[in-house]
Design a protein around this ligand. Sequence first.
Ligand code: F42
Length: 156
Amino acid sequence: GLTSNNRREELTMSEYIPNPSKWVAEQVELYEGSGGTDGTTLSGLPVVIVTNRGRKTRAIRKTPLMRVLDGNNYVLVASKGGAPRHPLWYHNLKADPNVEVRDRDKVYSMRVREVEDPVEKHRVWDIAVEAYPPYQDYQEKTDRAIPVFIAEPLEN
Ligand code: F42
C-alpha cells in the first residue's frame, strides 16, 4: 500500500477543483493564499481547511469548516447549515479518510473516522456546539442526524 508520504505527495500534485459556492471558494483562496494569516474565521470564530479527494473525480477538494478541537484531534461537523442532505464532502471522507487539516499556518496529515458510538458522539457534539453554537440550530432544523468525524494525526 501507499505510505503516508506518498499520499501527501499525491494530495499536493493532483488537480484541485475549487468549491462552486463562491463565498466558500473565496475563503479557501484567502486562507491558503495568505499562508494561514487571513480569512481564518467565520463570524469571528476560527475555521480550518480540510483537503481531501473527491470519491468520483479523485480530484483535490478543499472545504472550510469550523475549528472544533478535541485535544490534538479535530472534530469535523457535516452540518451544511442544516441542509436536508449531507454535504458531498461527507461522502468523500467516507470513501477516503486521508485528509490534510490546515489550522492557520500549520498543516497536519490526518485520518478521519465517523463517530458512531452514541456516547462518544454526545461527547464530541457538546464540544462542537460549544465551539460553534449554530450547530445546535442546524440540528434542530433538519431531520437527518448531523454526522461528525474525528480527525486524528497519522502515526509516523
Ligand atoms: N460546512 C459544514 O458542513 N460544516 C462547517 O462547520 C462549515 C463551516 C464553514 C466555515 C466557513 C466556510 O466558508 C464554509 C463552511 N462550511 C461548513 C461550508 C462548507 O465549506 C461546504 O461548502 C458545505 O459543507 C457544502 O459542502 P459540499 O461538499 O456539499 O460542497 C458543495 C457546495 C459542492 O457542490 N461541492 C463541490 C462540487 O463541485 O459539487 C464538490 C463536489 C464533490 O466533492 N464531488 C465528488 C468528487 O468526486 O469530486 C463526488 C461527490 C459525490 O458523491 O457526488
